[in-house]
Design a binder for this molecule. Structure first.
Ligand SMILES: *Cc1c(COP(=O)(O)O)cnc(C)c1O
Length: 385
C-alpha cells in the first residue's frame, strides 16, 4: 500500500484479505476478543501474539492504518487522546526535564502536562505563533505544539520551529487533531511525533473515544511502544474496529466538512449580527498564507464572535435545531458550543479573556449535513437574537 494515495490506504491498509487455504478471506478486520493466545512450544509465542494488552490483531490492523494515513513508519493506538499523551510523556521524559508548549493548548492536555510537575517535569507555555518565542534551555527536552489551536485556530509554522531547533535531543511533538492527517502531515514538516485524539475527525462519528501516536524514528517507536504496554492505556478490540471503520471515509468527510465550513464562514462573515469570523480558509484570516503553505485544506472548525455578550450567545445557541449544543468536534453531525461556559469554563474568566475567549465567542464544528439546512438553522437562530 506504500505507493497508494490517501483513500486507498485509508480503506485497505491493515485489512488486506488473507486468501491462503484455511483463512477466511475477511475484507473487514474481525473484532478479535481473545485476551490471550495459546502457544505450541514453551519458549516463544507461536502466532506472535501473547496477551491482548501487548498486541491484539484488531488493534494491529488499526495501528497499520493509522501509520499509513499519516504517512508514518509506525502507528500506535490508545484508549484516548490523553492516554496517548500520558504514554508519550512517560516514555520520553524524566525528572528535571522541561516541556515548551503552545500557550493555547487543548485544556485537557494542559491539565495533564501540569500534573507531571509532581514527577519533576516542568512546562513553560509560550505564544508559539511567533516561533522566535520558543527558546530552549539545557533542560528543555520537548516542544509541544497544536496547530490549529482550539478554539481560536491559531497556527504555528511547524517547519520554522524545526529549522530553529539546534539541539537534536529535543523532541518536536505536534497535536494534529484539528487538521486531521488528510489536511496536514506534521512529520513531513519536521515533527518527530504526531498526536491525535481519534475521538474527533479520525473516528468521525462521535461514538468512540481514542488516541494515536505516529512516528518515523525506530528509537521513538520502541520507547513509546514499551510504555503503551507498561502503562496499559490501550483501546478495546471493539473501539479499534469502530475507529478502523471511521477512517475509511476520512477523506470524503474532510472534503465535505471543509466545503460546508467555507459556506458557513462566508455566510457568518456577511451577517450583521456577527462581529468577526475566524476560519483559516477565509482571506481575512490573519495567518491565511501560513495555512495555505502548511495545510492542504482548512478543516471544519469555525470560531465567531456574535455581537453582544453572554445573553446574545445564549439566546442564539438555545434556538438552534440542526446544530446540537454540545462539546467535542469532528463528527458528521454539526455541533456548536460556548467555550467560556463549556470547554474552557475551568479557566478563570480573567485568564480566559486574556487569551481571547470572551463571552461572545462561539465555536462551530461543521458537520456533513446538507449545507442549506445548516445555513437556514444559523440564519433563523441569528434572527432571534
Ligand atoms: C479532544 C482533544 C484531546 C484529548 O483527546 P481525548 O480523546 O478526549 O482524550 C487532545 N487534543 C485535542 C486538540 C483535542 O481536541
Amino acid at each position: 500500500m506504500q505507493d497508494k494515495s490517501f483513500s486507498t490506504k485509508a480503506i485497505h491498509e491493515g485489512e488486506e484479505p488473507k486468501l491462503e487455504k484455511g483463512q477466511s478471506g475477511d475484507v473487514v478486520a474481525p473484532i478479535h476478543l481473545s485476551t490471550t493466545y495459546a502457544r505450541s512450544v514453551l519458549e516463544v509465542p507461536t502466532s506472535g501474539f501473547e496477551y491482548s494488552r501487548s498486541e491484539n490483531p484488531t488493534r494491529n490492523a488499526l495501528e497499520a492504518k493509522l501509520a499509513a494515513i499519516e504517512q508514518a513508519s509506525y502507528g500506535m493506538a490508545f484508549a484516548s487522546g490523553l492516554a496517548a499523551e500520558t504514554t508519550l510523556i512517560f516514555a520520553l521524559l524524566q525528572q528535571g526535564d522541561e516541556i515548551v508548549a503552545s500557550d493555547d493548548l487543548y485544556g485537557g492536555s494542559r491539565r495533564l502536562i501540569n500534573s507531571f510537575a509532581k514527577f519533576g517535569i516542568s512546562v513553560r507555555y509560550v505564544d508559539t505563533t511567533n516561533v522566535d518565542n520558543i527558546k530552549c534551555n539545557d533542560n528543555t527536552k520537548m516542544i509541544w505544539l497544536e496547530s490549529p489551536t482550539n478554539p481560536l485556530l491559531k497556527l504555528t509554522d511547524i517547519a520554522a520551529v524545526k529549522n530553529n531547533m539546534t539541539n537534536t535531543d529535543v523532541t518536536l511533538v505536534v497535536d494534529n487533531t484539528f487538521a486531521s492527517p488528510f489536511f496536514q502531515n506534521p512529520l513531513k514538516l519536521g515533527a518527530d511525533v504526531v498526536l491525535h485524539s481519534t475521538t474527533k475527525y479520525i473516528g468521525g462519528h462521535s461514538d468512540v473515544v481514542g488516541g494515536a501516536i505516529m512516528v518515523n524514528q525506530k528509537h521513538l517507536y520502541e520507547k513509546i511502544k514499551y510504555f503503551q504496554n507498561a502503562l496499559g492505556g490501550v483501546p478495546s478490540p471493539f473501539d479499534s474496529y469502530l475507529t478502523l471503520r471511521g477512517i475509511k471515509t476520512l477523506a470524503v468527510r474532510m472534503e465535505k466538512h471543509q466545503q460546508n465550513a467555507l459556506a458557513v464562514a462566508k455566510f457568518l462573515e456577511e451577517n450583521p449580527k456577527v462581529k468577526n469570523v475566524v476560519y483559516p480558509g477565509l482571506s481575512s484570516f490573519a495567518q491565511h498564507q501560513l495555512a495555505k503553505k502548511q495545510m492542504s485544506g482548512y478543516g471544519g472548525i469555525i470560531t465567531f464572535f456574535i455581537n453582544g455578550g453572554y445573553k446574545e450567545a445564549k439566546s442564539f445557541l438555545e434556538s438552534l435545531h440542526v446544530f446540537a449544543l454540545a462539546e467535542s468536534l469532528g463528527g458528521v453531525e454539526s455541533l456548536i458550543e460556548h467555550p467560556a461556559s463549556m470547554t474552557h469554563a475551568s479557566i478563570a474568566k480573567e485568564d480566559r479573556e486574556k487569551i481571547g475567549i470572551t463571552d461572545n465567542l462561539i465555536r462551530v464544528s461543521v458537520g456533513n449535513e446538507d449545507v442549506d439546512d445548516l445555513l437556514r438553522d444559523l440564519s433563523s437562530g441569528l434572527t432571534q437574537v
